[in-house]
Write a protein that binds this ligand. Structure first.
Ligand SMILES: Nc1nc2c(ncn2[C@@H]2O[C@H](COP(=O)(O)OP(=O)(O)OP(=O)(O)O)[C@@H](O)[C@H]2O)c(=O)[nH]1
Length: 218
């Protein structure tokens, strides 16, 4: 069950967009337990790393400024269901809701990287996520290099092969790395929408030209 919570004023964001801003983007965070999904979300919303985050699945709404433009976004910080198969770890509702997905693993936990691999496969197979919705894979806990279990190259090569973006960051160490991830997913969502609009425009022109010449354009 997803809980729409009003996070503490500390976060400076409201779970419901009280100003009724048109939401510009819904971003879904997925990944195994304990990889840092909440840490990424809270770091982005508050610039802070607070260490322990509790096991609540939450949707936060936040107004962000990129290129001088206000973007209203919802961030769904999902919970990895206890002792479930990875195939059950993502709901159709989550994928139909999302305009973009951030899949998080810990570079110190190989099993969390395997969960991300399976979740990417699941997302692609179910086709519940819009075909144009961007996916970014994030290897978190980069500050724990001495405990590394997944090489940066392996993560990057997998993301490349899966047509996903890729970042290695540390939510504990810096705000900047987390900011880059969220701004990248927002840029990719904007690009995919512009592309969709462009395609619709071309189809419209073809239809009207066909109407004029009465031809069925193949
Ligand atoms: N060293 C280090 N620890 C981190 C980092 N990000 C998160 N953690 C720690 O990892 C643990 C899990 O972080 P969460 O953000 O709760 O992870 P989660 O994926 O939301 O976990 P679930 O609630 O189980 O889904 C906490 O103890 C965090 O302090 C990081 O970048 N570096």
């Amino acid at each position: 069950m997803v809980v729409l919570v009003k996070p503490s004023p500390l976060l400076g964001s409201k779970a419901m967009d009280g100003n009724h801003h048109k939401v510009d983007a819904n971003v879904l965070l997925l990944g195994a337990e304990n990889v840092g999904k909440s840490a990424l979300t809270v770091r982005f919303l508050t610039r802070r790393f607070i260490g322990e985050y509790g096991d609540i699945e939450s949707i936060y709404s936040h107004i962000d400024k990129t290129d001088g433009r206000e973007i209203s976004l919802n961030i769904w910080d999902s919970l990895y269901p206890q002792s479930c198969e990875t195939t059950e770890s993502i709901s159709d509702k989550q994928l139909q809701w999302a305009d973009g997905v951030i899949l998080v693993y810990s570079i110190c936990d190989r099993s969390s990287f395997e969960v991300v691999r399976q979740q990417v496969q699941l997302i692609r197979q179910t086709r519940k996520l819009s075909a144009s919705a961007p996916i970014i894979i994030v290897g978190n806990k980069r500050d724990l290099l001495h405990q590394r279990a997944v090489s940066s190259e392996e993560g990057r090569l997998f993301a490349l092969a899966a047509d996903c973006g890729f970042f290695e960051i540390s939510a504990a160490e810096t705000y900047h790395g987390v900011l880059l991830v969220f701004h990248e997913i927002l840029d990719l969502i904007k690009e995919s929408r512009a592309l969709k609009k462009g395609m619709a425009g071309i189809k419209g022109i073809v239809r009207s030209v066909s109407a004029v010449f009465g031809k069925k354009w193949e």
